[in-house]
Design a protein around this ligand. Structure first.
Ligand code: ATP
Length: 314
C-alpha cells in the first residue's frame, strides 16, 4: 500500500454556536479541528490507509490539540512542524441560508519550511496538495511548490484540490487561477467543486469545463456535486456517478472524505497506471468515495464524521 502525504493547513475553526451570520453578535464558539488537507489525511487513515500530514501548527495548546486528533486517527505526524507563531485560527458563523461571516487569523500554517527528507519519502508514493492557504504567501507557499516539483521527479502520484475559499480570495480570482494552473497541468488527479471547475476553466457548462481542464493537462477529473454525486472525466469517459440517498445534517468535510476515500483506494493498487485505462474500475472507486462523502454529511463536524472501512462496507 502506498503512503499518501497530504500538504497544507491544519487549523482551529471556531464555529459560532447560534445560527446567524453576524460574528459581532456571536458569544459562544465551538473549537473544531479544520484544514482540508489534514481532513484528507484523516479520511485515509480512518479507512485503514497510510495517511501522513505535512503542515505547521503553533507551539501552543491549540497545536497540541490538533496534533493529538491526527495521532488518535493514526495519521503519521512525523512531518508536522511546530512554530513559535500561534496556531492559525478561523472564526466562522453560518446562517441557515448558508451565508457566512468569517474572520481569519493566520498564524503558524504559513511557516511550513522545506524538509529535504520528504523528497525520498514521496518517491513511488502519493502526494495530495490541498491548496487553500498554500497560495497565500509565507514559507508554506514556496515549500508547497518545492514538494510539487520533487513529486514530479520522483514517480509520485499527484492529487490536487484547489479548495477555493471566496472569503480568502475576495476579488482576486485571476491570481487564484494563475496559481492553480501549473498544478492542474501536472497533477494526475484533480478534485474540483462545480464552482471551482467553472472558475478555473471559465466555462459554465461542466462538460466543457472538463474538456478545457484536460487540455491544460490533468488526466483524471472529479467534480463533486453534493447530493447529485460526482462527475468523473478521463479520456475514456465522462459520466455523473450518483451518490447514495441520505439526509444531510452538516456537509463540512464531505469533499475531503470523498477525495480521501478515492486516494485510499488508489493507494492499494499494485499498478497505479492501470487507472488511466480502466474507466469502469475508476467509476467503482468514485461510487465508494461518494458513499464516504455522503456518510460524512450525516453527522456534525468533519473529522469525527469520517467513516471507517466497516461503516463504508455496511
Ligand atoms: P467541501 O468543500 O465541503 O469539502 P465539496 O463541495 O467538494 O466539499 P460535496 O460535493 O459537498 O463536496 O460532497 C462530496 C461528495 O459527497 C459528493 O460528490 C457526494 O458524492 C457526497 N455527498 C455530499 N452531499 C451529499 C448528499 N446530500 N447526499 C448524498 N451524497 C452527498
Amino acid at each position: 500500500m502506498k503512503k499518501v502525504y497530504c500538504v497544507g493547513e491544519l487549523l482551529i475553526d471556531f464555529v459560532a454556536e447560534k445560527q446567524g451570520n453576524d460574528l459581532s453578535k456571536a458569544s459562544l464558539f465551538t473549537k473544531k479541528a479544520g484544514g482540508a488537507p489534514a481532513n484528507v489525511a484523516c479520511a485515509i487513515s480512518k479507512l485503514g490507509g497510510k495517511g501522513s500530514f505535512i503542515g505547521c501548527v503553533g507551539n501552543d495548546p491549540f497545536g497540541n490539540f490538533l496534533s493529538r486528533i491526527l495521532e488518535d486517527i493514526n495519521v503519521d505526524i512525523s512531518l508536522l512542524q511546530r512554530s513559535d507563531m500561534f496556531t492559525t485560527l478561523a472564526f466562522v458563523s453560518l446562517a441557515e441560508d448558508g451565508e457566512r461571516d468569517f474572520v481569519f487569523s493566520r498564524g503558524a500554517d504559513q511557516e511550513l519550511t522545506y524538509d529535504i527528507s520528504v523528497k525520498n519519502l514521496i518517491e513511488n508514493n502519493m502526494l495530495h496538495l490541498g491548496a487553500a492557504t498554500s497560495f497565500l504567501g509565507g514559507t508554506l507557499e514556496n515549500t508547497y511548490s518545492r514538494y510539487f516539483f520533487d513529486a514530479l521527479t520522483h514517480n509520485t502520484f499527484i492529487s490536487f484540490d484547489p479548495n477555493y475559499r471566496g472569503d480568502l480570495w475576495k476579488g482576486n480570482d485571476d491570481a487564484f487561477i494563475k496559481k492553480c494552473t501549473p498544478f492542474i497541468e501536472k497533477a494526475h488527479l484533480c478534485k474540483f467543486s462545480a464552482e471551482e471547475a467553472q472558475l478555473l476553466s471559465g466555462k459554465k457548462d461542466l462538460n466543457e469545463a472538463c474538456d478545457y481542464l484536460h487540455e491544460i493537462g490533468t488526466r483524471i477529473i472529479t467534480i463533486t456535486l453534493g447530493g447529485d454525486g460526482t462527475l468523473l472525466s478521463t479520456k475514456n469517459g465522462k459520466q455523473i456517478i450518483p451518490s447514495i440517498n441520505i439526509k444531510p445534517v452538516d456537509t463540512t468535510g464531505a469533499g475531503d472524505a470523498f477525495i480521501g476515500c478515492l486516494l485510499y483506494q488508489i493507494s492499494k493498487l499494485d499498478d497505479i497506471n492501470s487507472i488511466y485505462e480502466n474507466y469502469e474500475a475508476l467509476a467503482d472507486m468514485v461510487k465508494l468515495a461518494n458513499k464516504a462523502g455522503a456518510i460524512t454529511t450525516t453527522n456534525y463536524g468533519a473529522i469525527e464524521s469520517l467513516p471507517t472501512l466497516k461503516q463504508l462496507q455496511a
